[in-house]
Design a protein around this ligand. Structure first.
Ligand code: NOJ
Length: 535
């Protein structure tokens, strides 16, 4: 029997290179810092690492503004450092996923600089979306940037260029064959250097329609796209169906071509995961049709409340939608764009939810620091770096809190992360959350993650689908318990503030905290905790 490809149920550890470990004392994490901590990563029990961008970049958007996609920014090291990192990862059986950013370049990329100097009507400008102003001098359309402010910036000769994100991130024109050729070259470049896969940034945004047409409600649309803006869900969903620059049919043609490129590497099983925020949810599955990409992120758990109905719906929907294209879901509780799960739902709850999710079919993403139970860091306005903060004039605080560097060891901030001043401050209150401390504490979040990933690998990967347990009456909002069985494992989560009786089959093999006690021939599951029972 042919074994499943490595990525199908992989646990993937997301590293934000600037915040992982600083090897040279300049206050920013780097590639050598990652390489020197691969044993820590391996011992977590993950299968692969995903590296957020480390390419040449003026760093206006945390490296998602790429000035040279085939080189390394000096702040992170050089190409030899990447090769060493990959070699050391592979020696430990860890795969490496690179982050590719095809929607836009940095304005410092030579193509954009050439476009500026070549002027209107030039071939160089056709690689981006350059248009003349409207007769009244306004931009070609009324779209609002996802980071706030207009989506268009004017250059000296009066033309405007489109940028869905910061003005330093001009969108590429995917109607232009040169753009296709350049990205294929970039993909091959990194595969030839040894990477095993790609996370595709803004995978749903490459193709735009009606670039010269106004949106009827640009401010409404902009609010609908912001998860932190409250809005009636029917209204939000209706607006999300009208995004003129996301999820157009043309993107799928691009991924079909890329899939052929990946498959041409045969046994290396090169994989790709799409960052695609699309609506309605079924559309996400189009990215993982058999001839397209391998995985698509499911972002629902990044915003889901700690509530049995919500979680049941999110999990059930993701499993069933993916099944329509014979794919498995992906799960993520945190990433570099969202508040950390501990800050969002609470520490105990975050542990319970992680343990519950680790039992599910599919692939799980863990954002570095999540295993330690880190909350968002406290960042003062003067320390902020996220372009959303600047483009909204401070109205939106941005994503820096989730990007504060990791605490490693010792009693004093910055806890071994750097010999210098960290680029974002690490709070002294993280003293008990260092890797060193948690390794020494059998009750720590880190120990829970390590044990769960070990048991997951042994008993759950490849164990097929889940069966929701009827005793839990899932689906009604007030339920205290959610439970499922999968293979020989029964997984239960108590979402309430009181201990709950549960008729468990098998032996308790792990829990997320508290003490599971026997009670009336059943088990008493502590408040806001999860447990695994093995038959
Ligand atoms: C999604 C990335 O995750 C985010 O960090 C970035 O700002 C935008 N795409 C633009 O590249």
């Amino acid at each position: 029997m042919k074994s499943a490809p490595w990525w199908r149920e992989a646990t993937i550890y997301q590293i934000y290179p600037r915040s992982f470990f600083d090897s040279n004392g300049d206050g920013e994490g780097d590639l050598a810092g990652i390489t020197s901590h691969l044993d820590y990563v391996k011992n977590l029990g993950v299968d692969a690492i995903w590296l957020s961008p480390f390419y040449t970049s003026p760093n206006k958007d945390g490296g998602y503004d790429v000035a040279n996609p085939r080189d390394v920014d000096p702040r992170f090291g050089n190409l030899d450092d990447v090769q060493e990192l990959i070699a050391q990862a592979h020696n430990r059986g860890l795969r490496v996923i690179a982050d590719i950013v095809p929607n836009h370049f940095s304005d410092q990329h030579e193509w954009f600089q050439d476009a500026l100097s070549a002027g209107r009507g030039s071939k160089e400008r056709e690689r981006f979306h350059f248009y003349d102003a409207n007769p009244d001098g306004t931009p070609p359309n009324n779209w609002i940037s996802l980071f706030g402010g207009p989506s268009w910036t004017q250059v000296e000769d009066g033309q405007f260029y489109l940028h869905l994100f910061d003005s330093s991130q001009p969108d590429l024109n995917w109607e232009n064959p040169e753009v296709h050729a350049d990205f294929e070259k970039t993909l091959r470049f990194w595969i030839d250097l040894g990477v095993d896969g790609f996370r595709i940034d803004v995978a749903h945004g490459l193709v735009k329609e009606d670039v010269l047409k106004d949106h009827p409600d640009p401010q409404g649309l902009s609010n609908a796209l912001r998860l932190d803006v409250a809005m009636d869900s029917d209204k939000r969903n209706a607006l999300l169906l009208t995004v003129p620059y996301f999820d157009r049919q043309g993107v799928h043609e691009i991924y079909r071509k890329w899939r052929k490129l990946f498959d041409s590497y045969g046994d290396r099983q090169i994989m790709a995961v799409a960052e695609a925020w699309v609506h309605p949810p079924i559309n996400a599955t189009r990215y993982v049709r058999a001839d397209e990409l391998h995985q698509v992120f499911n972002f629902d758990l990044l915003t889901a409340e700690f509530d049995s109905k919500t979680l049941f719906d999110v999990i059930e929907r993701s499993i069933s939608l993916n099944a329509t294209v014979d794919a498995l879901p992906t799960w993520a509780l945190s990433n570099h764009d969202s508040p950390r799960v501990v800050s969002r739902i609470g520490g105990q709850e975050a542990r319970a939810l992680a343990l519950f999710v680790f039992g599910l079919p599919g692939s799980t993403y863990v954002f570095a620091g999540q295993e330690l139970g880190l909350p968002d860091g406290q960042v003062q306005d003067w320390q902020r770096q996220d372009p959303t903060f600047f483009r909204t004039h401070g109205q939106i605080k941005g994503r820096d809190g989730a990007r504060v560097p990791l605490p490693w060891s010792g009693k004093t901030a910055p806890f071994g992360f750097s010999a210098g001043e960290p680029w974002l401050p690490i709070s002294q209150s993280w003293e008990n959350l260092t890797v060193e401390n948690e390794l020494a504490d059998p009750k720590s979040s880190l120990h829970m993650y390590r044990k769960a990933l070990e048991l997951r690998e042994k008993f759950l990967v490849g164990a097929g689908g889940i069966t929701w347990l009827e005793s839990t009456h899932h689906g009604s909002r007030r339920d205290a318990l959610l439970a499922y069985s999968r293979g020989d494992m029964t997984v239960v989560m108590n979402l309430s503030d009181l201990p709950q009786e549960f008729e468990a089959v098998g032996t308790l093999v792990m829990d997320s905290g508290g003490t599971v006690e026997a009670h009336n021939g059943k088990k008493l599951i502590p408040p806001r905790s999860s447990a695994w029972f093995l038959a």
